[in-house]
Ligand binder design. Structure first.
Ligand code: CMX
Length: 134
């Protein structure tokens, strides 16, 4: 497990939140991406070494829309960069964490990802991400 790769923030209105975070950081997003498999629209900001992902659900039954309806806007997940996602998944499963996917899946911003269930990590939804080498 390497550094924090990004922090995901669930929002209701991506455009409004992009404007807000652009004011906060003093610069706009470097990337917008729709991840159809996750039913989300995303917007990525860099602030120094830190990366923030804003996420808005694309339908009422999207994971992000349901989260916002239940808990309100706010931090949704913390993503950690890993060198070898399959190795980390095996290690964490062995250690008792509940993986939400049996195999890594494609995520936003050119990554292979896997989530850990928040019930197995003190109420924090954790994402593992490995760069997809081009
Ligand atoms: N952080 C912490 N806890 C969370 C959570 C989150 N982001 N999302 C849900 N939970 C908690 C709920 O509060 C609930 O707890 P209680 O039982 O104590 O009320 C419990 O998990 C179950 O929640 P739920 O609302 O019934 O939701 P589901 O079981 O349908 O789904 C989860 C929860 C984690 C399995 C689902 O959100 C998931 O599969 N997440 C991984 C994929 C994902 O988040 N995709 C969107 C982002 C994609 C991207 O980054 O590109």
């Amino acid at each position: 497990m390497q550094k924090i790769e990004h922090i995901g923030i669930a929002v209701k209105d991506l455009e409004k939140s992009e404007a807000l975070f652009s004011l906060l950081f003093g610069n706009g997003p470097y990337k917008r991406e729709m991840v159809e498999s996750q039913a989300v629209n995303t917007s990525f900001f860099k602030n120094g070494p830190n990366k923030i992902e804003l996420l808005q659900g694309t339908s009422d039954d999207s994971i992000i829309s349901k989260f916002v309806a239940k808990k309100g806007e706010g931090i949704h997940h913390i993503a950690f960069a890993v060198m070898d996602i399959k190795l980390e998944m095996a290690r964490l499963q062995e250690a008792g964490f509940k993986l939400l996917h049996e195999e890594p899946i494609p995520g936003a911003d050119n990554k292979l990802i896997c989530f850990l269930h928040p019930k197995s990590s003190n109420g924090v939804l954790i994402e593992l991400c490995q760069d997809i080498k081009s």
